[in-house]
Ligand binder design. Structure first.
Ligand SMILES: [Zn+2]
Length: 416
């Protein structure tokens, strides 16, 4: 947690948010813990820790566990997060699934579901499905916490962050869907947050996953398409009107495959589930033999999953291995350029990139070695997401956490 303490401190609101996030992180990962140890581990002085803890206790976010003696020094009251302070719901609308995760305030997962959908169902059927799953989630969450603290939904598209409107989700074929308004009209009685799924997942990895000790983070996640999120100085980089980090739509081959965004040769036409299956299909059509052929007929795959491709690769199937290496090759070419442009300290691979990382990373490392500038290359680590395909839902939980700590009227810390 050292790096977060070096934050710019001009903005008291920001200071408060960072200090609270830091305390919550220590409480979440190292509780039960005393005030004195919190002070040592956060680097905050004892008076500040004491003030923050008192406020957190007053708001029932933290509870005292009683006094224990560590053997040396004075016996001290131990603290932990109060799991029953409330429950939180993080969701992801994918192109072919909806995931809903319900956690208590600790935040331990108390219920989780992944339901299949398809864009052909149509927008209103997908939204009905989401609302039904949210109602179920609330029912499952109620025993875990006294009230619903928020609902956060990630979508595979460009989101107007201020209004929560999905401007364009190419793979779902949605345009201008006022998702936050729709969810607010369902009267769940809690704030609703809508964001791009990769932004949300980046935040999830920053709060709860592999990116916890990094401030310059590039998050890339592939499923049907390829999404990106960028954390600079620990904050999501949203650009002029909130749709930055759409790395999947960088043109990598001007004459390449058509992309659902209307362009051709976008990076996601080379690095995505769609691309992976296309590479496999091309080799099968050329006559290669593979256990994956049973899913392939009339030039199309039915019921094939990326996990089955990874399983086949692990079993030594050359078609699967080569197709994954092909994805890794194009992934590496794009990452090398992004390293030169952005100089991140960590690249996190999520979605199917995390599931297949053992086959992708060697090819990625190879391209980076060849193409990235030495100083950018030496500064970076590349790792699979800690929460894999749950990163976005977990990021929804992080989004709600952040809002509780940042904007809640209930906590008026650091008023100075
Ligand atoms: Zn595109």
């Amino acid at each position: 947690m050292q790096k977060r303490e070096n934050y710019r401190t001009g903005d008291q609101g920001l200071v408060r948010q960072i200090n609270l996030a830091l305390m919550m992180h220590i409480l979440r990962t190292r509780a039960p813990i005393s005030r004195a140890m919190l002070s040592t581990q956060t680097g905050l002085n004892k008076a500040t820790v004491s003030d923050l803890v008192n406020e957190l206790i007053k708001n029932e976010f933290v509870r005292e566990l009683g006094i224990t003696s560590s053997g040396t020094g004075r016996p001290a009251t131990q603290l932990m997060l109060n799991p029953g302070a409330g429950f939180l719901i993080g969701c992801e609308i994918g192109v072919d699934f909806i995931e809903v995760m319900v956690t208590d305030f600790a935040p331990e997962v108390v219920w989780q579901v992944k339901a299949e959908i398809s864009p052909e169902m149509g927008q209103s059927a997908i939204l009905e499905r989401l609302l039904g799953l949210l109602r179920k989630g609330i029912e499952k969450g109620q025993p875990a916490g006294k009230s619903l603290m928020g609902i956060a939904v990630g979508v595979p598209g460009m989101v107007d962050h201020s209004s929560g409107t999905v401007r364009f989700a190419p793979n779902l074929k949605w345009r201008d869907v006022p998702l936050r308004q729709i969810l607010e009209q369902a009267n769940f009685g809690a704030p609703v947050f809508v964001d791009n799924e990769a932004n949300m997942a980046a935040l999830g990895e920053y709060y709860f996953g592999i990116a916890q000790n990094y401030n310059e983070v590039l998050y890339l996640s592939a499923n049907i398409g390829l999404g990106g999120g960028l954390l600079r100085d620990g904050k999501l980089c949203r650009g002029a009107n909130g749709v930055a980090a759409e790395f999947g739509h960088m043109t990598m081959n001007p004459n390449g495959e058509f992309c659902n965004c209307g362009n051709r040769g976008c990076w996601e036409t080379q690095v995505s589930q769609t691309a992976l299956f296309r590479y496999i299909g091309e080799v099968l059509q050329a006559g290669a033999s593979s256990p994956l052929a049973e899913f392939f007929s009339a030039g199309q795959f039915t019921r094939l999953t990326v996990h089955q491709v990874v399983d086949a690769a692990q079993a030594g199937d050359l078609v699967a291995i080569q197709a994954l290496q092909q994805v890794g090759h194009y992934l590496g070419i794009g990452i090398a350029s992004l390293l030169n442009a952005l100089n991140p300290e960590l690249v996190v691979l999520g979605g199917i990139l995390s599931a297949a990382s053992e086959f992708l990373l060697p090819a990625v490392a190879d391209e980076i070695q060849k193409r990235a500038l030495r100083w950018n290359r030496e500064a970076v680590q590349i790792m699979p997401a800690a929460h894999g395909s749950d990163a976005c839902a977990k990021g929804g939980i992080a989004t709600i956490y952040q809002s509780v700590l940042t904007y809640s009227n209930k906590i008026s810390l650091w008023a100075a």
